[in-house]
Write a protein of this length. Structure first.
Length: 599
């Protein structure tokens, strides 16, 4: 017997009936004669039994049906049984007859189905013709349908999609694969299936033009350069998804469509990208209330304000300012300016100023410049230089800090494959930084000590986002910081604790030369940018001796946990969380409210 299917076209928007539906047509006439009578019989089914089934048990066949014992017969179940047999390789399976007998008990019926399974089909020949751009052996090796293997029509359909993806990755997005012929030959214990496929590879997709629609503020050449694709380049694999991800990371557009592919009159390939301008500027604010730490000590408010202008003059230049109040007497101020694509090269340069006033102990000022080179698609390598000056305070009549100047040179490497920088549901973010420099003590507290020493700093960030099922996301992260020098002082130490690091503790509650913290967060998405979440944080702190301050070396770990919600409102993203540290109760829990607004 020889059976020919219709052409299967995967990229032109056309489709043909699935294998199962095609073979089932052979038995529709017989089924139609049985189904009306059954579907009009509304009696409850007391039992469902099968006769002639050997490859599958009665329980397995019942699981394919919608009809259940204790309910009426559901029309279409007979076709479902045959279709499932065909998909499992029994291409000539059929239902010979059906009997409905009134039960001896009540008004129920007993349903009996006689099944003729036929012989299982095995692939005796697999032939693929029309292959020129790829090796035929490469295509066959990527398929589950192989000579000698059981013949399953759904598997063959899945194999065709796999082959089309291979062609996409090789620069042939218009490739088509047609099932020319499937012929069957009956043997003693099996059916031999010969499969013949024909490939139409189409032309090589070489980019000739790019059209951009929808941008009113952002300049077109800014969008084109962020695509990181040039005329004459071959569109391969997930190039369209990558282009969309690059534009989404600018955070300038409320929506970016997947680039559409079209053919120019000269035969080259064109891309059409539609964007919708969003709000390029951002206001980020956090207000936190820290409850009293003991009797006689009042609670206080802490806060953070961060303003970003992310699209100056429509050129994607960025200017940001940050103010952070840690407690009643400690605050930070920070300024950043970022220049993208310096001199037309994939290099981003940034200048920054940072100042921290630590109560009545010291003032730290840092000036830095850095340049990031965008390599490949998601990798970035950077270099930086910074100078830090520490000015100790003499408010209590004596200095407890050295006055010093530190110059650092650093390198960094980062990788970012997140699908959305604001609310990621998949992907990784990784960054490592290493700094080395020289610290000069210009006014020592204690005479006779070293006035120059080398410093080394290392930081490590890793975040992973995984969509587990439905609208549920698991976010896991780990961070580490380390500073080493002969003269490690308070101004050199890292700070841990608060809404952005170890939740459940006061902002910058812990100081250490070596820190590590991690978080596991479960998110239930209730909107595109809204979700409920629960989290568990863990932190590790190592603090060196601070002889001048009279502090001894210490090492400890802490845990934090809590719940929260983030909502996308007309005002912006509103986040509220309640966090508990070790030993906390509801009266000592940390409450954080955050507003991220775009304008």
């Amino acid at each position: 017997m020889t059976l020919k299917t219709q052409d299967r076209k995967a990229r032109a928007g056309e489709s043909s009936p699935g294998f199962s539906h095609f073979y089932v047509l052979q038995f529709v006439v017989a089924l139609l004669a049985m189904t009306p009578a059954l579907s009009q019989d509304h009696r409850v089914l007391n039992s469902i039994s099968f006769v002639g089934n050997r490859a599958f048990s009665a329980a397995e066949i019942k699981s394919w049906m919608e009809s259940r014992e204790g309910g009426p017969f559901v029309a279409g179940d007979l076709e479902r049984i045959v279709a499932r047999y065909v998909s499992e390789g029994y291409v000539f399976a059929r239902i010979d007859s059906v009997a409905v007998v009134q039960s001896e008990v009540g008004d129920a019926s007993d349903l009996s189905i006689w099944v003729s399974e036929g012989k299982p089909a095995y692939v005796s020949l697999l032939q693929v013709s029309g292959v020129r751009a790829l090796h035929e052996s490469q295509l066959v090796a990527s398929m589950e349908t192989r000579t000698g293997a059981p013949f399953h029509p759904p598997v063959l359909e899945r194999d065709i999609q796999t082959l089309l993806k291979l062609y996409e990755r090789s620069g042939h997005p218009f490739a088509r694969i047609e099932i020319v012929d499937i012929s069957f030959e009956e043997r003693d214990d099996r059916i031999q299936a010969a499969v013949e496929l024909s490939v139409s590879e189409g032309s090589l997709a070489r980019l000739g033009s790019v059209l951009v629609e929808g941008n009113t503020t952002t300049k077109t050449d800014v969008i084109l350069r962020e695509m990181r694709i040039t005329n004459g380049e071959i569109l391969q694999g997930d190039e369209q998804e990558r282009i969309k991800r690059n534009l989404d990371r600018l955070q300038l557009f409320s929506s970016v469509s997947l680039p559409e592919v079209f053919i120019n009159p000269d035969g080259s390939t064109g891309l059409l990208i539609k964007v919708q301008e969003g709000h390029p500027n951002r206001f980020d604010g956090i207000v936190g209330y820290v409850p009293p730490a003991g009797s006689g000590i009042d609670g206080y408010l802490m806060g953070l304000l961060n303003v970003e202008f992310r699209n100056l003059l429509g050129t994607a230049r960025k200017l940001s300012a940050r103010w952070y109040r840690e407690n009643q007497s400690t605050q930070e101020v920070e300024l950043h300016y970022r220049e993208p694509w310096v001199a037309g090269f994939p290099v981003e340069a940034e200048g920054a100023f940072f100042q921290r006033k630590q109560d009545s102990t010291y003032v730290l000022r840092r000036y830095s410049i850095n340049a990031d080179v965008m390599l490949l698609h998601d990798w970035t390598v950077g270099i930086s230089f910074s100078q830090s000056n520490v000015f100790p305070s003499e408010g209590y009549g004596a200095r407890v800090m050295n006055e010093s100047r530190t110059r650092n040179f650093g390198v960094s490497i980062s990788y970012d494959s997140r699908n959305d920088p604001e609310t990621p549901t998949s992907g990784f973010r990784y960054r490592t930084e290493y700094y080395t420099g020289v610290k000069d003590i210009t006014r020592p507290v204690l005479p006779g000590g070293d006035t120059r020493s080398t410093t080394q700093r290392l930081s490590f960030d890793f975040e992973h986002f995984l969509s587990i099922f439905g609208r549920q996301v698991l976010a896991a992260s780990i961070y580490a910081r380390d500073v080493r020098s002969k003269t490690v002082e308070m101004s050199d130490l890292y700070r841990l604790g608060g809404a952005s690091t170890l939740r459940g503790y006061r902002e910058a509650q812990f100081l250490g030369s070596r820190l590590a913290w991690s978080s596991i967060e479960y998110r239930l998405l209730v909107g595109r940018r809204s979700y409920l979440f629960g989290f568990l944080d863990a932190g590790y702190v190592f603090s060196p001796d601070q002889q001048v301050l009279g502090l001894a070396q210490s090492e400890f770990t802490r845990l934090g946990y809590g719940v929260g919600v983030r909502l996308d409102s007309p005002l912006g993203l509103i986040g509220v969380s309640v966090a508990f540290g070790q030993g906390d109760t509801f009266s000592t829990a940390k409450l954080h409210v955050r507003l991220v607004s775009e304008f």
